[in-house]
Write a protein that binds this ligand. Structure first.
Ligand SMILES: NC(=O)c1ccc[n+]([C@@H]2O[C@H](COP(=O)([O-])OP(=O)(O)OC[C@H]3O[C@@H](n4cnc5c(N)ncnc54)[C@H](O)[C@@H]3O)[C@@H](O)[C@H]2O)c1
Length: 364
């Protein structure tokens, strides 16, 4: 209880388709586009939103944010997994496999969808262990999303990642436009998504919007097999066991963001008038810290936290190829992006959420 009070005080203080089908789909998309685009323009005050891959780290929180803004029934979460009860009872949820083109089209048509938030993905660590699955979900699945969105004149948001850069990109900071030669299937699929989305925008007028997220940190949900998962796991370990074994070197610096900033940025980009968007793919960033700095900040609240190192050379080599900071001045200039959480606010907020969450769980 003492710890909860201490943390709360701190928080307050710190305030499925073939290539032939694809060609067919595309030509019908081009035919339908002008009428559909008109429709999406008139819908922008109260969009009807479909979130794919909505049961991952980001989707549930984003649905909550959108439902507050647009009403519960205007935001449909979807995934291929069964939702937990609290998600099922909090608003519309349906099964949707992004590899099933016809089913996706049916959902879009039957629900009069105007915005598509495409969160389904196979993240980096999982993707390196199952390249075939990552190719299917992240590349074939994306093609389905872009074709459906074009066919029905949807506004579509597809997240990219700092992992779309690679060892030959300038790293500190990494600009919006530079060499992108990632070495993971996840990174490669995200460069592909950026380029395909921008191509569809220029070629077919698709309202494609994309943010390159840094590593996203949240307390509510376990991360989904990305390579920055350590930055979430350390908080849980600090509260639950007081010990954390780290598989990266302590001087590894990466760009990071608290989930609330990430979701707000996503909504702000989705709502931005099209004529303010000079680009269709933007970097966003909030803070850049080394593991050493993160540990120091956590130890200000939990001085007994013990960290040991068991560096994994494969993971370290991948992390060494990522940006140390993302340059996001274009987002700040074009649509007013501004982060709210720095490192100390992040640490206070994470420890508060995890500690109160644990105590509530124990009470039931
Ligand atoms: N979380 C981060 O730190 C981070 C950073 C950069 C970019 N992103 C991107 O943001 C998006 C959401 O990330 P997340 O962390 O919530 O991912 P996650 O791995 O937690 O969730 C992805 C979801 O996709 C679903 N999925 C997998 N295959 C599917 C299919 N065939 N059809 C429908 N759904 C399927 C999974 O069931 C899962 O719920 C992803 O595109 C990811 O690349 C996330």
């Amino acid at each position: 209880m003492m710890l909860v009070m201490q943390l709360l005080r701190g928080t307050v203080k710190h305030a499925g388709s073939s290539p032939q089908c694809s060609a067919k789909r595309l030509s019908s998309a081009v035919r339908g586009i002008s009428s559909s685009l008109q429709q999406s323009c008139t819908d922008t005050d109260h969009p009807k939103v479909l979130i794919t891959g909505g049961l991952g780290q980001l989707g549930v929180g984003f649905a909550k944010l959108l439902r507050r803004q647009f009403g519960k029934n205007n935001v449909i979460l979807s995934d291929i997994r069964k939702p937990p009860n609290h998600v099922y009872h909090n608003g519309p949820f349906i099964f949707s496999d992004i590899l099933d083109f016809k089913n996706l089209r049916e959902i879009v048509v039957n629900n009069n969808i105007s915005w598509l938030v495409h969160y389904s993905a196979v993240l980096s660590s999982v993707g390196e262990n199952n390249v075939a699955l990552a190719k299917e979900v992240n590349i074939t699945g994306l093609h389905n999303i872009l074709d459906i969105a074009t066919e029905h004149g949807l506004r579509v948001f597809v997240p990219s990642t700092m992992e779309a850069f690679g060892p030959s990109s300038p790293g500190d900071p990494t600009p919006e436009l530079c060499v992108q030669r990632p070495r993971t299937i996840y990174g490669v699929s995200k460069v592909h998504a950026e380029l395909m989305g921008e191509y569809y925008h220029h070629r077919f007028g698709l309202d494609f919007r994309c943010l390159r997220y840094p590593g996203i940190i949240s307390a509510d949900c376990q991360p989904g097999g990305g390579s920055t998962d350590y930055a979430v796991q350390i908080f849980h370990a600090a509260v639950k066991t007081g010990c954390f074994e780290c598989n990266l070197r302590s001087d590894t610096q990466l760009p990071m963001m608290y989930i609330d900033d990430c979701l707000r940025a996503t909504l702000e980009l989705l709502e931005a008038p099209a004529d303010t968007l000079v680009s269709r793919t933007y970097n966003i960033n909030a803070m850049n810290f080394t593991l050493h700095h993160l540990i120091q900040e956590i130890q200000k609240v939990l001085p007994d936290l013990k960290v040991t190192y068991n560096v994994d050379p494969v993971r370290q080599a991948i992390a060494d190829g990522w940006p140390m900071a993302l340059e996001d001045s274009a987002a700040r200039r074009d649509w007013g992006w501004k982060h709210e959480y720095g490192l100390s606010q992040l640490v206070q907020t994470m420890l508060t959420h995890i500690t109160t969450g644990n105590q509530l769980a124990q009470a039931y």
